[in-house]
Ligand binder design. Structure first.
Ligand SMILES: [Zn+2]
Length: 681
């Protein structure tokens, strides 16, 4: 069959040949690509020569190229331009792919060769990048139990099976509890305070269920506006308590035993593999490295943020006192925060939008990339695309060398999932002296133009564009030998550094002057407005920080406390202890956070919740380097490219970071930016 996915792409820069691909091409392409990849691995394991870095690690690294390209095209489309057929294909091919990767992970012959090279690594003359690649490969086997004896391997598989069942169970219970409740209101008086948009949504929901009045649920789009705006305090209390009791009601959907079972099994799994706790296991492959480091990092921030948080809580409490509230409760937080914010800042998001016409903001982000990194973006019509709305660019450097293909897909449509993300169709690598450049894409869901108005972005959309573009730069400026260490293939708590760093330029007058101009009058954005944005973004930052830290420390308590979780009997008591230093509101006895903490018990964030704050510390500390030298200082930018953006995951993140910054990151810059410590420190 003439399948475009299986041929060498005859397009410019060998970009994905979207216009030639039909849905019926995918399944045969996956089948054939997996076959080819398997054959490539067979040549490694059947090689009669002894294992060497080149004939094993490097060959493995460059195997499966066809499969990589087919997968990236297919799964990117499944996110950005999907339909029923594509979703059906995804269901069918996903098990093929997990079977294939299991085949590799459990391939004992392959592991034997990898281990042989790893054990002899000091005698080999390997570059740092090669050492990293070797270690990464070895660990991917070892962390899955390749070194265990037969009996222990069996135990490990049993634990894994139980764990995947339990996290599924956890998620199902939370979902069932979330769906089990709805608040039906028929008296419009009870809706006082709620904005029209949220009211209409509640009315629509009632209508869909053939009910009169308004319906509210525990889903965020319904729950959050309710808690933020509804004047009736007893209603807020009612909904908050039901929300907080999810999977903690001693019914069929209760998660208390599930939580205890998960933490015990994770602990046993870690021990079996030779780690002290689950956190030690997870953090081995993170910039933070150890639970001790995460805990001391969190406590250090806590000490500094807590006084500010307590002051803010007092401020909020005395503000609420005017309404006769004697003790501020959890269900008052969002409500009075919103009211106080309005009183203090009165920031009109609508008034900002005319200064952020999409085309101007795109021009702005390209100018920033040009001033800092010397990149040029040229829109071209010669690159094949998957939808007419997608914009395509050729990216070159000051010397005119080709750097990357860049796709940008801005507007929502049926078939695109929510949110914004960066992805790639092809990563970067070097073979035989040629540097094969990457194909990078960003996908967003921004405000669409109308018949009378161009696309005018909210400020939040502006920072989102800079954020995703920061990830894109990480991909585009990659300059490594091996694709699996290239671009954004870095440890999880390091990957948000370029993206969050770039957001900082959105708050600087020098940068805004380049593009934030009124789309009708061409007038630059007034600085008072920018100042207001800055100030309001720091509003109640102490309380926010404390909240984030409380979740991170709870996560660490469950997974990295060091002692066996066998002794834990009460989820609620354990949680209350873990929260002891971080709570401002009175405890609600009938509520529990852990039983609905899906991030760590259902998704993949266990021992990772700290990463949010960690990434903020990093980006603030890194931006400080630019502020010290000028936000468009090319020397600082060059250092950032040479030591971070171009280096991907070729070395440990802390090593790369220190080379850029000359020191380890510390929280001072973040605390200053967030207004939590005095500006002059
Ligand atoms: Zn991001």
């Amino acid at each position: 069959m003439n399948n475009p996915l299986l041929q060498i792409f005859n397009t410019k820069h060998t970009t994905a040949p979207f216009s030639q691909i039909k849905n019926e091409h995918f399944k045969p392409a996956f089948k054939e690509a997996i076959k080819r990849a398997k054959a490539e691995i067979d040549t490694i394991t059947k090689n009669s020569d002894g294992p060497t870095f080149q004939n094993t690690i490097e060959t493995l690294e460059f195997s499966g190229k066809t499969l990589d390209r087919v997968s990236s095209i297919f799964f990117n489309l499944n996110s950005a331009e999907t339909n029923d057929d594509i979703q059906k294909i995804a269901q069918e091919v996903s098990p093929w792919l997990s079977d294939f990767s299991n085949d590799i992970r459990l391939n004992e012959k392959l592991f034997k060769r990898v281990k042989n090279i790893y054990t002899n690594r000091v005698n080999l003359d390997l570059t740092i990048e090669q050492q990293t690649l070797l270690e990464k490969n070895y660990k991917s086997f070892a962390r899955n139990g390749a070194n265990l004896n037969g009996e222990d391997k069996k135990i490990l598989r049993e634990i894994d099976k139980k764990l995947s069942k339990l996290s599924l169970q956890f998620g199902e219970n939370v979902l069932a509890e979330t769906n089990a409740f709805e608040l039906h209101i028929t008296d419009e008086n009870q809706l006082k305070g709620l904005p029209d948009g949220a009211k209409e949504a509640a009315q629509l929901m009632a209508k869909q269920k053939e009910k009169k009045g308004w319906l509210f649920t525990l889903d965020y789009p319904s729950y959050i506006p309710f808690m933020t705006y509804i004047d009736d305090r007893s209603l807020r209390e009612k909904l908050a308590k039901i929300f907080g009791a999810r999977a903690f009601q001693n019914n069929d959907n209760d998660n208390q035993q599930v939580v205890l079972d998960i933490v015990k099994l994770r602990y046993q799994r870690a021990n079996l593999l030779g780690y002290k706790t689950h956190s030690h296991f997870v953090l081995e492959e993170r910039m933070a490295e150890t639970p001790e480091k995460v805990i001391s990092f969190s406590n250090e921030l806590l000490v500094k943020a807590k006084p500010a948080a307590e002051r803010e809580f007092e401020q909020l409490a005395s503000f609420a006192k005017k309404d006769g509230i004697e003790q501020l409760q959890k269900w008052d937080g969002a409500y009075y925060s919103e009211k106080l914010k309005k009183e203090l800042f009165d920031l009109d998001q609508e008034a900002l939008k005319p200064y952020f016409k999409l085309e101007n903001v795109i021009g702005g982000v390209f100018t920033v990339a040009n001033k800092l990194f010397g990149l040029h973006f040229k829109e071209v019509s010669t690159i094949d695309k998957y939808h007419q709305e997608v914009k395509t660019y050729e990216v070159t450097n000051t010397g005119g060398d080709f750097i990357a293909v860049f796709y940008a897909d801005f507007f929502p449509r049926k078939g695109k999932r929510n949110g914004a993300w960066m992805t790639s169709y092809k990563s970067q690598w070097k073979t035989d002296g040629t540097n094969s450049r990457p194909h990078i894409s960003i996908v967003c869901n921004f405000t669409k133009p109308t018949e009378t108005k161009p696309s005018l972005l909210t400020f939040n959309e502006v920072t989102t564009l800079f954020h995703e573009f920061g990830h894109a730069l990480h991909g585009m400026l990659a300059n490594t030998t091996y694709p699996s260490l290239s671009g954004t293939s870095v440890y999880w708590d390091f990957v948000e550094l370029p993206s969050q760093l770039l957001e900082n330029w959105c708050y600087e007058k020098e940068a805004l002057d380049l593009f934030a101009k009124h789309y009708e009058t061409n007038e630059p954005i007034p600085m008072e407005m920018v100042q207001k944005i800055k100030d309001s973004s720091n509003f109640l930052e102490g309380m926010q920080t404390l909240r984030q830290l409380s979740f991170g420390l709870l996560d660490m308590s469950w997974h990295g406390a060091g002692e066996s979780p066998e002794t834990i009997t009460s989820v609620k008591e354990f949680e209350t202890d873990a929260f002891a230093d971080t709570q401002l509101y009175p405890d609600v006895v009938e509520n529990c956070m852990s039983t609905a903490f899906s991030h760590i018990f259902q998704g993949g964030y266990s021992s990772g919740y700290y990463s949010y704050k960690w990434a903020e510390v990093l980006d603030a500390d890194a931006f400080e380097a630019f502020k010290e030298t000028g936000i468009f200082n090319v020397e600082t930018a060059k250092k950032f490219v040479e030591n971070v953006l171009s280096r991907g995951g070729t070395e440990k993140p802390m090593v790369l970071y220190k080379r850029f910054r000359g020191k380890e990151p510390n929280s001072e810059a973040l605390l200053k930016r967030a207004g939590l410590i005095n500006k002059i420190a």
